[in-house]
Design a protein around this ligand. Sequence first.
Ligand code: FAD
Length: 510
Amino acid sequence: MGALIKMTPELDLSFDVVVIGAGIAGLSVALSLPPTLRIAIISRSFTVTSSHWAKGGVAAACKHGDEPAEHLRDTIEAGGGLNDPDQVALLVGAAPEAIDFLQRQGVDFEVKPEREAGHSQPRIWHADGDATGGAIMRALSTRQREAPNLTEIEGSLIEILNDDNGVVGIMIAHRGSLVLVRSPRVVLASGGATGLWSDHTSPNSNLGNGIVNAYRVGASVADLEFTQFHPTAIALSTSPLSLATEALRGAGAWIVDDEGKRFLFEADPAGELATRDKVARIMYRHPGQAYLDPRPIGRENLERRFPTFVQDCRQRGHDPVLHGPVPIRPAAHYTIGGVLTGSYGETSVPGLYAIGECASTGVHGANRLASNSLLEGVVFGRRAADHLVDVSRTLHGVYYPGSVDLPTRAPTRASLTHLVDGALGIERNASAISSATERLVNASSTVEMGPCNAWELTLASELISMMLIAARERSGTVGSHTRSDERPEDPNYRLTFVKGSTLRREVRPK
Ligand SMILES: Cc1cc2nc3c(=O)[nH]c(=O)nc-3n(C[C@H](O)[C@H](O)[C@H](O)COP(=O)(O)OP(=O)(O)OC[C@H]3O[C@@H](n4cnc5c(N)ncnc54)[C@H](O)[C@@H]3O)c2cc1C
């Protein structure tokens, strides 16, 4: 049984472009479009996004002695060779311009870039020490509020609407009503899905609903088996877990066990400077509690360069300056797969774009290199803006559903989390995946709840089912996807879902 919800006609809205999401990707596209366009930015939140919480920084090879070609090499090395090399070349080539764009919006980057794990050069640009995301979002939000052509609407995406010619708008839940927002161009910038795991670093609302909505109107989605687990989430609270930025390891912090031993070197010669996937896997396999020991950085340096880390720990009852090692554990951190896009963020549905963490541009391969994500949001946001203005699209006819049918039963969030933790954690295997797949089918429509809540969890279940298929099909270990029952065949494909069918798309071998 579903709930038939009446539309609110007096709130029927119309815009040249609709952007869903107010993180770095959404605001970069909105601020890069011509001021003559009427643009709606629709988001669940304008202040709580992964972008606001980003700590490390933005990667860009724009200092003497570093080259985009080296940034490209590091990105593909970290991605296990499954990256799309043309897309990576676009990303790293446009990185200096992205930094320039952010500076023009008012971001005050520090004078010298720093080095981080996986990067062969110091190329991570910080602002406000280890609160770079907050500094960037303050600047972008100020610009957004100053722009008279940008309208801010708080709301949740319910559905993307399309006809035979492509998108025609979206349906949102807004202050207890359903509202139709018409537009010939819809940009999805709704972030990732890491809130599906019990241990995560992103806002709890990151459930990947945007990705499923795009799939439901025919967009292809890809690489859903790849979720990055960050090794150094601070284990002093429940989720969302605060993050000990990668830059701490870059600055010299150690990862140690209960006895103070730096155990990473037993498995990887790069030790603390190995990429996230490797460090997370080694920690997962090492018995006992792991700690981040910041003392090698030095007290003065720690307080000056990592004030957010120090404050986060102190707020949770542990002073890292006075007492040293901080308990850490890996947590779901970044959704690598998503809506499959071309080099301008365009999807397979005319008028629908996807940018930022909800997109699968192919730049990250099987494991994202640190600090490439904020960069991706800006670079592909700006490219999507260029494409949007070049492609003319108009709406024909006036589609107006008088009411919408939403479910009122769905699995509970706790049951979904439990299932995801068991089958889609750092190490996966066929038997856990197939038992989770069965349980997911049986869990559908189990609990009575409000229609918007039920819809959100129904979409989350659909995403989990696609993630399970992707994880089952990739029988080898690569990047962030570790199969404990590894069969080493077919390591070199990307799995692409097209509505109604599943197909494999070959990429170039390593
Ligand atoms: C703690 C932390 C630290 C990080 N540090 C770094 C770093 O140092 N460098 C780096 O490059 N990357 C970092 N990352 C990753 C990076 O921050 C994100 O990948 C990036 O900010 C994603 O940007 P986005 O604009 O795509 O999405 P987000 O910033 O997640 O924004 C998504 C937006 O969509 C809205 N939304 C979501 N679902 C819906 C819906 N159904 N309806 C309407 N609106 C919706 C949200 O409210 C939000 O406004 C970090 C991530 C975390 C969590």
